[in-house]
Design a protein around this ligand. Structure first.
Ligand code: ZN
Length: 304
């Protein structure tokens, strides 16, 4: 395991990707969760999204949440947006890191934001320019990068073409999202390989869902390819809108638990993250899928 990165950067997406796919929770519960996460050592938190409240009522209080959290100076907070209008709200609220999402699958993009992938990419070009003017950075997240619930497999060439258009338009970083957990290690290897040969120096984040149990295997594969930036969700918070009862993102504490034991530093205090996962579980009022939350770290002993 000598070739793994010695340090990786994690972005906690539970408050956004997680809670967006749960039944709505009160504003103060979101604030409590983000405040708990801000004390775990994690350096980046995707705190809110600025989307139309009719589309995603779970995020209607984004401005309020952002105002009320206790920001830790050691944490970078970001907002997810679907378009230029959302980005303007995020910039007005003071965010300097924005993630904008576009689907590689045209059908998924139309269902999500009512426009084609190409139209979204045109909008994103303007969004990047606006963010520049405001001294903010933009990471473009290409979702359904390993498959679409409507179209099935999405060709790697298509995903790389969508990403490349955003790179040409000035994206500061790229993320590939496995929106419905269709990635497997061989598919991760192929997409990361193709993207890296086109854009060797662009910062790359990967966002895996554990919908089909391949989440950590995909993370490990990506680590072996030198990827050092991942999204994860505390407790495995969230779900899949197309598959009721399915699990959500890779659980942050499971990822931390695995990679730290392999000599890969995350900056995250595992016990603090497990405590935050317990908080998340209480907030949503259902058992979360994280197995490290259930069993504790591998070194936990019971009185003999
Ligand atoms: Zn996601």
């Amino acid at each position: 395991m000598s070739d793994l990165p010695s340090l990786i950067s994690l972005r906690e997406v539970g408050p956004r990707d997680g809670l967006q796919n749960e039944d709505p929770v009160p504003t103060e519960a979101k604030v409590e969760l983000i405040d708990a996460l801000s004390q775990t050592g994690v350096r980046r938190i995707e705190a809110v999204s600025f989307v139309h409240p009719k589309a995603i009522p779970q995020m209607a209080d984004a401005d309020e949440v952002w105002k009320r959290i206790h920001r830790n100076d050691d944490v970078r907070y970001s907002a997810l947006v679907p378009n230029l209008r959302g980005a303007r709200r995020a910039l007005d609220a003071g965010f300097t890191e924005i993630e904008v999402v576009v689907s590689a699958s045209d059908t998924h993009n139309r269902k999500n934001v009512n426009r084609s992938t190409e139209e979204s990419l045109d909008d994103i070009a303007g969004l990047i320019a606006s963010a520049r003017d405001a001294d903010a950075t933009v990471q473009v997240i290409v979702s359904t990068a390993w498959g679409c619930p409507y179209e099935g497999d999405v060709p790697v060439e298509r995903v790389v073409a969508v990403a490349s258009r955003a790179v040409r338009d000035g994206a500061d970083g790229m993320s590939f999202g496995d929106t419905t957990g269709m990635a497997t290690p061989s598919r991760v290897q192929r997409l990361v390989g193709e993207f890296r040969s086109a854009h060797p120096d662009l910062p790359l984040n990967l966002h895996f869902h554990n919908t089909r149990g391949t989440g950590l295997a995909n993370v490990l594969t990506a680590l072996q390819l030198g990827v050092a930036d991942f999204d994860a969700s505390v407790g495995g918070l969230g779900g899949c809108p197309y598959a009721p009862g399915a699990t959500g993102n890779v659980a942050t504490e499971e990822l931390v638990h695995m990679v730290e034991d392999m000599g890969v530093a995350t900056g995250v205090n595992l016990e603090a993250m497990i405590d935050a996962a317990a908080t998340a579980e209480r907030i949503v009022g259902r058992t979360l899928p994280s197995q490290v939350l259930r069993a504790g770290p591998r070194t936990r002993t019971i009185p003999g």
